[in-house]
Write a protein that binds this ligand. Structure first.
Ligand code: NAG
Ligand code: NAG
Length: 840
């Protein structure tokens, strides 16, 4: 009976175990499977930082020693404050080995402690020797003249780890070691995806990082104090950065009082302890103007090898300096090469402030013997928020890949491990997916503000962040905030949908790659955006697009149907927009001209989509590239804004060739953004104003074929609008269709959008409202003159000059988008308070 109960419960226990270990890995302290700590040359054990180092001269310890001739030695006059570990050593007279059984293959730390002292028979400072692990050479001709700890991180594929010391210098030579640590590292400490290889000319994905052998060179707690093994779950030592700062006065310490907000998928406590993320250096702006731009730079001594030495540079970030999201944009340089531009931690950490994140870079050293790291403000920083920060840095030498000779054997093992991990992950995803669907179902039944926000937070836990930490599969096979969809699409399905990427199905191309038309198995028509296969260059952007888009569902935003990242492919699958871009319906094609009503409805839809991006549940997304080719139409001429995933998510796809600061299209670009490089949602409003004129006049934003004063549509249309003669330049097809009052309202709205200064421009909510009014004027067939707008019967409708005081009392019903209205606050406030539900 009792047994039956136990059996009945175990799946549940297993479920909880899996659920908590996978979803909340950071809540459980890391315990290494293998954990060998050896107090060399000692007969007794020593406890250091709560860890027991076993004396290797006592019975159990000597089990590790397998061969060779070695003797224990002791320091007769140890320095008073030296740790007990360093008072003894083992001296190797001949090649000798320690052997440790590996309980779990995978990443391991190997730490060797050398504290040379002079014994009666041996002067350890002159010992010269080599150290290898399982035949792979870690140290060659090594001599420890001063106390030093050598740390290596490597993948162990065998069941035994053999650490071999080989003295140099013939029979009189000897080697030594004071203490040893061999322990399992978390599997995801170093991942194969996401590292960027930085060179003068390009940034590329660096693959297969985890199969390398690493040697730690510097581990820095930037802006913080020294952290000892006692402070670190992997018993690492972090030292302060002050000695490496090139210009101390450029940097200022920042210290957080609260612990960082760890998120699943982001950096964990194992990546760096709390204290690393709670301290940083930021730009010291004490004696400079709000606009001053400069870098904070650190120089780290590294080996200068003419052949070049390769380093993994891991930078740790946690935005502890911003008061709110989306305030900090900065650039990262390594060896003066651009490594990452326009870092927006808010986006990278899923809109959670003070959430730890790290980035991996791979660089080759030059002959200077210095590795230089700089952070500085991005071109798109807002004045008053010009800043940059760094919380931690690890400079780790890539010693070499695990010998090509026996690589194949190891690879096989990794394949097995990989598939095992894969199937476990798949199981977990299914379980979690079911759970989330149940949860989502509940949240949907009652879409109150509270339940929606809780659902969002709970779900977001899955949608982690750190691009290197997180395999997209794990994060995104699960739903975004709004849908219980599995967004992952197998590559074979994408292939068959596009007849194996048939050239005839290409419907466009962009920075990302080609766009194909396709049909999924279930008959859904899709647009398939395929990154250049194998390049992996836009990986972070790709991930951001997926995570941002999967959270956004709105009738007027083009939906992401799925993605595929198999076989080094990066593919995004969107809903197919039958009627193509708005531009094609305005000029230069054989489509029949759109009626004024259709045009207004298309603009209203796009405005609604943009308004949602700016203020809806996705919040704070600035499109940055609004133009008539990015407004798409479905078969019913319903307009949807497209291409917004990359909007402000960090660097451009092609960083080296495009000025990443000012992104956007000629003719639509907000002059203020261009001038001051300050990005706000009002830049989208400006571009939208250009689109409004484009729709009205049916001509391109820039038409070089025209007379000089007419080339730029925004300038030209504004002149006519200001003269009150806009009707002179409207699309001839609209003549007779468009009423004077509707045109007046529309023209005024577009004019306001194009105001010189962002603060003078209306919000998208205001624009939306005014366009709806223009439509209403059109529908009502009222031919009233604008000044009649102040008549009593329309007093509650917007009038010229009071655009910002509109009272949106109408509750939207069409899509159920909006559920609030108020009568005595400005539109801007009202709209930001609107509760925006899914949109469909
Ligand atoms: C780090 O550990 C030391 C003991 O080695 C302790 O005194 C110190 O307070 C710890 N620092 C932090 C930040 O936890
Ligand atoms: C920061 O350093 C990089 C690389 O040396 C340089 O290109 C950039 O202009 C610097 N930025 C500022 C604001 O000085």
């Amino acid at each position: 009976m009792e047994t039956g109960t136990a059996v009945g419960f175990s799946p549940l226990l297993l479920f909880f175990f899996v659920f908590f270990t996978v979803l909340f890995p950071f809540s459980i302290p890391f315990t290494p499977t293998d954990n060998y700590l050896v107090h060399c040359g000692s007969t007794t054990n020593a406890t250091v930082d709560n860890r027991v180092f076993v004396g290797d001269s006592s019975k159990p310890g000597s089990l590790f020693l397998s061969e060779g001739r070695s003797v224990p030695v002791a320091d007769a006059n140890p320095p008073r404050n030296s740790t007990v570990l360093y008072r003894t050593a083992r001296v190797f007279r001949t090649a000798s080995s320690y052997r440790f059984r590996v309980g779990k293959t995978g990443l391991h730390f190997v730490r060797l402690h050398f504290f040379p002292f002079v014994d009666r028979n041996f002067d350890l400072t002159v010992a010269t020797f080599s150290v290898s692990v399982n035949g792979f050479s870690l140290l060659r001709g090594f001599r420890a003249e001063v106390a030093v700890i050598k740390e290596f991180i490597l993948n162990v594929g065998e069941e035994m780890l053999e650490l071999r010391f080989v003295p140099a210098g013939g029979s009189s030579g000897f080697g030594f070691v004071n203490a040893l640590e061999v322990f399992s590292a978390p599997d995801d400490l170093i991942l194969d995806d996401g590292a960027r290889k930085i060179t003068a000319s390009s940034t590329q994905e660096f693959r297969n990082l985890s199969s390398q052998v690493f040697q730690t060179v510097h581990r820095i707690n930037v802006g913080g104090s020294k952290l000892t093994p006692f402070n670190d779950t992997l018993w690492r030592t972090w030292i302060p950065d002050d000695d490496f700062l090139v210009l101390k006065s450029a940097a200022k310490r920042a210290v957080a009082t609260d612990p960082p907000n760890y998120q699943s998928g982001g950096a964990t406590k194992e990546d760096a302890p709390d204290n690393v993320y709670m301290t940083a250096q930021e730009m010291n702006r004490d004696n400079v103007t709000a606009f001053a731009r400069f870098n904070i730079t650190w120089d780290f001594p590294v080996e200068s090898d003419p052949g070049g030495v390769r380093y993994l540079v891991r930078l740790h970030f946690c935005d502890i300096i911003s008061q709110a999201l989306n305030q900090l944009y900065f650039d990262v340089y390594i060896n003066e090469y651009s490594a990452y531009s326009n870092v927006d931690l808010s986006v990278l950490t899923y809109h959670v402030l003070a959430s730890p994140y790290y980035m991996d870079f791979v660089v080759d050293s030059d002959s200077s013997g210095i590795l230089r790291i700089s952070v500085g403000p991005s071109e798109i920083s807002n004045p008053g928020k010009v800043n940059a920060l760094l919380n931690g840095a690890e400079i780790i030498r890539i010693v070499s890949s695990v010998g090509e000779s026996d690589g194949s054997k190891k690879k096989n093992l990794w394949v097995i491990i990989g598939s095992l991990v894969g199937s476990i992950a798949a199981f977990v995803i299914i379980v979690v997916g079911i759970l989330l669907c149940m949860r989502c179902g509940k949240a949907r039944q009652k879409p109150s503000a509270a339940s929606e926000s809780t659902a969002y937070t709970q779900l977001r836990v899955l949608g982690g962040s750190s691009h290197s930490k997180l395999s997209i599969g794990r994060a995104l096979a699960s739903p975004g905030a709004n849908g219980c969809l599995n967004l992952r699409i197998p590559f074979v399905d994408v292939q068959s949908a596009t007849s194996n990427f048939d050239k005839n199905l290409i419907i466009g191309s962009g920075g990302f790659g080609m766009v194909y038309k396709g049909v999924l198995k279930d008959g859904t028509k899709v647009a398939v955006k395929r990154g250049v296969p194998g390049s992996r260059q836009g990986l972070p952007e790709f991930q951001t697009e997926i995570t941002v888009l999967s959270k956004i569902r709105h009738l007027h935003l083009v939906s992401l149907i799925g993605y595929c990242e198999e076989q080094s492919e990066m593919i995004l699958v969107y809903e197919y927009m039958e009627k193509g871009s708005l531009k094609h319906h305005l000029y230069g094609s054989r489509y029949p001209p759109l009626s004024w009503k259709q045009r207004l409805e298309i603009c209203i839809g796009a405005a609604r989509g943009l308004h949602y991006l700016h203020t809806g549940s996705a919040q704070g997304i600035i499109h940055r590239d609004i133009k008539s080719t990015n407004i798409l139409l479905d078969e019913n001429y319903v307009s949807k804004v497209a291409d917004f995933g990359l909007s402000r998510s960090g660097p451009c796809l092609d960083e080296t060739h495009v000025s990443t600061g000012v992104k956007g299209s000629f003719g639509y670009l907000d002059p203020e953004y261009f001038r001051r490089q300050q990005l706000t949602d009002k830049s989208d409003v400006y571009s939208f104003g250009v689109v409004l004129f484009e729709v009205l006049c049916a001509r391109p934003a820039v038409d070089p074929m025209l007379a000089r004063e007419q080339v730029n549509l925004a300038e030209c249309a504004m002149q006519w609008q200001k003269k009150g003669m806009l009707s002179e330049i409207i699309d001839p097809h609209l003549a007779g269709d468009i009423s004077a009052s509707s045109l007046k309202k529309y023209g005024d709205t577009a004019e306001k959008c194009l105001a010189e200064y962002g603060m003078d421009r209306p919000s998208m909510g205001d624009v939306l409202w005014n366009l709806e009014y223009a439509l209403q004027l059109h529908e009502d067939g009222r031919q009233r003159e604008p000044q009649e707008d102040s008549d009593a019967d329309v007093a509650d409708l917007p009038t010229k000059g009071t655009v910002r005081k509109v009272q949106p009392q109408k509750a939207e019903t069409s899509e159920g988008d909006y559920v609030a209205a108020s009568s005595d606050v400005s539109t801007t406030q009202v709209f930001s308070q609107l509760l925006t539900s899914e949109g469909r």
